[in-house]
Design a protein around this ligand. Structure first.
Ligand code: PEP
Length: 255
């Protein structure tokens, strides 16, 4: 069975003290049996949060990285630095990075290759804008992003890759995709992986992201094609995030 993951993207939120409190709350509240819990604090809090979650069920992610291992790249953080402090996952190509920081399919590809080279698991984000959906080009956009992100990545490497389908119109807007809309794209991504990249697509976890809350996770995670969620706003509160984890764990367990 594919890994099921609930990942919290804290974005540019939380001081170190607040991050420690949030991470501790998540660790102490509930230990799921089947779902992997991943949290992505801001860079400034990663080191301290790594200490809080060491030897627990919670795994650590970064929200971004640069593709070079070291060098004169003022303001950037390298995969080696992330590995050094216990980071296991890295979110790559989030739509906010594409929109505000000029990330392209090419930079995403460089980062995916670098993450894999340094034994970090990339959580690669793809998804269409509202305009693209309304123009009927969702699948073209997602296909381009998938083929771009995974150029020159071997099929074997997909054992260590997670994909997140995040329709841009659903991120931070309260407008969640319907399970049918999400499933349609998840299936399409698997087809592209299988048919165009010769990947064993059945083994690649594909998360959904976009306004996941405790009151809508059940209908999404019930779908066998949806392997979990990338959660933004609702990951900033212990009660909401833990509730999402609990519901997911129960549904994945068949209850
Ligand atoms: C995200 O940041 O990836 C996200 C899905 O945010 P939200 O849950 O707030 O829509």
């Amino acid at each position: 069975m594919r890994k099921k993951i609930i990942a919290g993207n804290w974005k540019m939120h939380k001081t170190v003290a607040e991050a420690i409190a949030l991470a501790s709350g998540i660790v102490d509240s509930y230990k799921p049996k089947r779902v992997e819990v991943v949290i992505a604090p801001p860079f400034t809090a990663l080191y301290k949060v790594a200490e809080v979650i060491r030897d627990t069920h919670v795994r650590l992610a970064a929200q971004n990285m640069f593709h070079e291992p070291e060098g004169a790249y003022t303001g950037e953080v390298s995969p080696i630095m992330l590995k050094d402090i216990g980071v296991e996952y890295v979110i790559i190509g989030h739509s906010e990075r594409r929109k505000y920081f000029g990330e392209t399919d090419t930079t995403v590809n460089l980062k995916v290759k670098s993450a894999l080279k340094h034994n970090l698991i990339p959580i690669v984000c793809v998804g269409e804008t509202l305009d693209e959906r309304e123009h009927g080009i969702t699948m073209d956009v997602v296909r381009r992003q998938i083929l771009g992100a995974f150029t020159d990545i071997t099929a074997d490497a997909f054992e260590h890759i997670v994909i997140a389908y995040e329709p841009v119109w659903a991120i931070g807007t309260g407008k969640v995709a319907t399970p049918e809309q999400a499933v349609e794209v998840h299936r399409f991504i698997r087809e592209v992986l299988r048919n165009e990249l010769n990947v064993e697509a059945e083994n690649v976890p594909i998360l959904y992201g976009g306004s996941i809350k405790p009151n809508n996770i059940e209908s999404l995670i019930k779908e066998p094609d949806i392997d979990g969620g990338l959660v933004g706003g609702a990951s900033l509160r212990v009660d909401q995030f833990v509730e999402i984890v609990k519901i997911s764990d129960r549904i994945v367990g068949g209850n």
